[in-house]
Design a protein around this ligand. Structure first.
Ligand SMILES: NC(=O)c1ccc[n+]([C@@H]2O[C@H](COP(=O)([O-])OP(=O)(O)OC[C@H]3O[C@@H](n4cnc5c(N)ncnc54)[C@H](O)[C@@H]3O)[C@@H](O)[C@H]2O)c1
Length: 484
């Protein structure tokens, strides 16, 4: 069962003003037939709330229930198992929450290409953050509808689309009842540490959005799809930087003569990272209490933009963030090098983290799905392939830049974060390798191609977005404008 929402209505969300939070209320019922335009919501209204986030309400005539959207103008056909006979794992019905985002879009395409039946669930709030803060992806990205249409026309494969907020349980229930997932990959969170540290309202939004969204997913699995495997994106940042080796989720401790295997201690360093820790605790508890099967993928920092699938057509191009709020270390350095901006190292630059290529993100998720956790099991994988300090990354980019004739300089800027700038770091990451991960390591040629990618789009760079004015110490209650 699915509902078709006429595309022009959806498109209206893209012209929202800069201080709105996109929220689709549960406002219509599931239908066994795709809706035509006469049964689609007929008007849009903005409700004003006290927080800086106002709600966008799509109003349907009636009946009023859940917003379940399949946005494709093509007839919905099942392009099931027969199209993927080479695949080792059984085709599954996979719901990708956050499938319009950076990791989610690449993963949705990859899983669809592998013959799985994929549905994207997303409220497009990431695009709204860009509008709010005056940011833009380095790469031009088309609407989710164009992306999905393009995929269909290239491959014949349908990706279903449900536009809505996973914090809205009624909406989420309808998507579960309609799509009936075997696995849910949950990318759908506010994922920027700096965004969560802009001001009080963004801190509250981040924790509410992430924690409630995940809680709703857990309740939906319990209520509607007990056997469904939850693959949840966590982050290596949950562990912090302890002065001992980081294990994969659990550590065996002997204390006063007694031994136990316990969850590895978490030392999150932003309101965003704290939301992830809370998610992990909620998931672990529900595995124990309700027998949910879950894999927590503690992902490192992702770099790159291209995957086999996004390369198939320019309309499938992934987003690539380089700004001070959403941009991540290596991607930012490549863009900075491409435009002749000094590489901005925060403080001493000894901050060391795990990194991985986006092609490995999609591979890891595929492996987790193909080898599901058992009922009641809360499984934790550290999802990264190599670790680097910020200084090491800057040196690598400088070297690779030289070969391309770029004069790359590095500056140390005051660290806006509260974090150790020199520390021990040794994190285990063997479980995904044991399942068959073939990593794409950061070689010279890969750095070349990343730099060339940044150079290709360098005319789209807004230099004002490079530096950040978000400060961990100065966060306050007053709503803050970030890029003015
Ligand atoms: N990008 C990285 O380097 C990185 C590193 C570690 C972990 N992760 C994790 O991976 C996941 C995906 O990251 P990303 O970089 O693709 O982020 P992203 O912001 O590009 O994508 C997240 C997507 O989720 C959607 N979303 C957010 N809240 C939602 C809600 N309440 N309901 C429905 N949709 C919602 C957004 O609109 C967006 O499309 C996140 O959970 C993040 O914490 C990312």
């Amino acid at each position: 069962m699915r509902i078709l929402l006429a595309e022009p209505n959806i498109k209206m969300v893209h012209v929202l003003s800069t201080s709105c939070s996109l929220r689709f209320t549960s406002s219509w019922k599931s239908y066994s037939q795709p809706l035509n335009s006469t049964t689609c919501p007929t008007s849009l209204s903005l409700q004003t709330f006290k927080s800086p986030f106002r709600k966008l309400v799509l109003q349907a005539e009636k009946p009023q229930r859940s917003c379940t959207v399949c946005a494709t103008t093509f007839p919905i056909t099942d392009c099931g198992p027969h199209q993927r006979s080479k695949e080792p794992s059984k085709p599954q019905r996979i719901m990708v929450i956050g499938g319009d985002g950076y990791c989610g879009w690449a993963t949705a395409l990859h899983l669809s290409n592998k013959g799985h039946k994929v549905a994207i669930v997303d409220n497009l709030v990431r695009r709204l953050f860009d509008h709010q803060l005056g940011l833009n992806s380095l790469t031009p990205i088309t609407s989710i509808h164009s992306r999905i249409r393009c995929w269909k026309s290239l491959t014949g494969k349908t990706i279903e689309l449900y536009i809505g907020d996973v914090c809205d349980f009624e909406f989420l229930s309808e998507t579960f009842k309609s799509f009936e997932p075997d696995a849910v990959v949950h990318f759908g969170e506010q994922r920027s540490a700096p965004y969560s540290m802009i001001d009080r309202s963004r801190a509250v939004f981040t924790q509410q959005n992430n924690v409630i969204g995940t809680l709703n997913v857990l309740f939906a699995i319990k209520e509607f799809r007990e056997q469904c495997h939850l693959v949840k994106l966590g982050t290596m940042g949950e562990y912090g930087t302890p002065n001992i080796d980081i294990e994969e989720g659990y550590i065996t401790i002997t204390h006063n003569g007694r031994t136990d295997t316990l969850p590895y201690p978490k030392q999150a360093s932003s309101f965003y990272h704290l939301s992830k820790v809370h998610d992990s605790n909620n998931i672990a508890f529900t595995c124990k209490a309700w027998g949910i099967r879950a894999t927590d993928l503690n992902q490192g920092v992702v770099y790159g933009a291209r995957t086999d699938e996004t390369e198939m057509h320019e309309e499938l191009c992934n987003r690539f963030d380089y700004d001070g709020v959403f941009g991540t270390a290596l991607n930012r350095f490549c863009v900075q090098a491409a435009i002749g901006h000094p590489l901005t190292v925060y403080g001493k630059g000894g901050q060391t983290r795990g990194y991985l290529d986006i092609r490995d993100t999609v591979q890891c998720v595929e492996l987790a799905i193909a080898n599901p956790a058992q009922p009641g099991e809360f499984r934790v994988f550290n999802q990264f392939t190599e670790q680097f300090s910020v200084n090491e990354l800057a040196a690598l980019v400088t070297e690779a830049g030289k070969k391309l004739g770029l004069n790359v300089e590095t500056v140390s800027v005051p660290n806006p974060r509260v974090e150790a700038e020199e520390h021990y770091y040794n994190a285990k990451h063997t479980k995904l390798i044991e399942l068959g991960l073939k990593p794409h390591l950061l070689s010279d040629s890969l750095l070349d191609s990343l730099l060339n990618f940044a150079i290709k789009f360098k005319d789209r760079v807004d230099r004002k977005q490079i530096m950040t004015n978000v400060s961990w110490r100065k966060i306050g209650v007053k709503p803050k404008t970030v890029t003015a």
